[in-house]
Design a protein around this ligand. Structure first.
Ligand SMILES: NC(=O)c1ccc[n+]([C@@H]2O[C@H](COP(=O)([O-])OP(=O)(O)OC[C@H]3O[C@@H](n4cnc5c(N)ncnc54)[C@H](O)[C@@H]3O)[C@@H](O)[C@H]2O)c1
Length: 359
């Protein structure tokens, strides 16, 4: 019996989700909601589902069992918390919340209510990262000593239609893009124990070059270049740079280093890609990512949650992993302010690898 799903937030990313969700046998897409009611109406009409302009009416619909929260970061906490209080399972876009304290309360409130809390990114469930996890776990890389992650771009004001939120609290390159890289590092290496960083905010205003707000100015409230270090429970040391200030670079998205080999990990902002492996003393070669979900499948984490509820097993894109990532992201910024290493208090286990067959 498919589970009822309602989507709140009918903006830029919603169509990608709705396409994936509407094709799943585990899900019955029931409704959509947006504070800008015309957006909900347009999206609802095109998917043939009920549309709401008010969050309360949307949440009170008993057909909605899982709420998919695709609102802007500043609204994630309030929307998720209200949904949990009304007995709904929630899958949220990243970040889980704007602060670790808020994230902690969401995880504990969902747990106390016996509800599922899930969070993006689910790209780590795709063929690329799952293949890399298998390579590392096979032991062929020897002892894992380190990893390097690079997400550097000129910023999102050149393409997003309404990019202001990327430069407010909950945005910036670490809170916006960090979740893909940090969740991938957790999937590949396990939990981290501490982080430290330096950050900069060199331009306090940015000019939008996308339509329809072309030429308008955005004030920047958050650091836009962050160079961080992570210490993992397994002893490995990671480094991560996230930036909205870099025109171009030539680093791979992620590399993992072992005593017997090095691994190039595909872009964690996608599901597929081709991993590359270099054994000690050898040459780089491609590794076939012969697993399901190589194509864009945003929403896969919701589908996994739907099956997990039906099967009575843990879901994979879990709220407590997103909370760990949130603690790291906040920790990088705190470390930069205090000029010290920030210890982490959360240490979530990795969830089960994806099956070799698709749903
Ligand atoms: N755009 C992308 O490529 C992309 C990719 C991956 C993840 N995300 C994440 O998805 C989320 C949404 O991003 P987006 O690009 O679609 O943003 P967006 O601004 O295009 O859309 C967000 C929508 O949420 C609505 N909204 C805001 N607060 C609301 C509330 N309280 N109740 C109901 N509706 C509300 C807005 O009216 C808007 O239509 C963000 O967390 C973002 O980080 C975006």
């Amino acid at each position: 019996m498919p589970i009822g799903v309602g989507v709140v937030g009918c903006g830029n990313i919603s169509d990608v989700y709705l396409r994936t969700l509407s094709k799943s046998d585990a899900i019955h897409l029931v409704s959509v909601c947006d504070v800008i009611h015309e957006r909900a109406e347009t999206v609802g009409t095109s998917y043939g589902v009920t549309h709401f302009g008010g969050l309360e009416d949307f949440l009170e619909d008993p057909r909605v069992e899982i709420v998919v929260n695709l609102t802007v970061p500043s609204a994630h906490f309030g929307v998720t918390r209200r949904a949990i209080s009304l007995g709904k399972h929630v899958y949220s876009e990243k970040p889980l919340a704007l602060s670790f304290a808020e994230g902690q309360s969401l995880v504990s409130e969902a747990y106390a209510a016996g509800l599922r809390l899930g969070c993006a990114p689910d790209t780590v469930l795709g063929a690329g990262i799952q293949t890399c996890r298998e390579i590392i776990e096979s032991g062929g890389m020897g002892q894992i000593v380190g990893a390097a992650a690079h997400m550097m771009c000129p910023g999102h004001e050149s393409w997003h239609p309404d990019p202001g939120f990327y430069y407010k609290r909950g945005g910036g390159p670490m809170f916006d893009m960090g979740p893909y890289y940090l969740t991938a590092l957790h999937t590949l290496l396990g939990p981290a124990v501490s982080v430290m960083a330096m950050t900069s905010l060199l331009r306090t205003t940015r000019t939008i070059s996308s339509e329809p707000r072309h030429g308008q100015s955005i004030s920047v409230d958050v650091p836009t270049h962050i160079a961080g270090l992570l210490k993992f429970e397994n002893g490995a040391i990671g480094q991560i740079t996230t930036s909205f200030d870099v025109c171009a670079h030539s680093f791979p998205p992620i590399e993992v280093y072992g005593t017997e080999g090095s691994l190039r990990v595909p872009d964690p902002n996608g599901f597929g890609g081709t991993p590359q492996f270099c054994p000690k003393g050898g040459d780089w070669s491609n590794v076939e990512a012969n697993r399901p979900y190589a194509a864009e499948s945003r929403g896969l984490g919701v589908i996994d949650m739907a099956y997990a509820i039906a099967e009575g097993r843990p879901h994979r894109a879990k709220g407590d992993i997103a909370l760990h990532v949130l603690e790291m992201m906040e920790g990088f910024h705190l470390s930069a302010q205090t000029h010290s290493e920030t210890d982490l208090t959360t240490s979530p286990e990795r969830t089960e690898p994806m099956s070799l067959t698709s749903w």
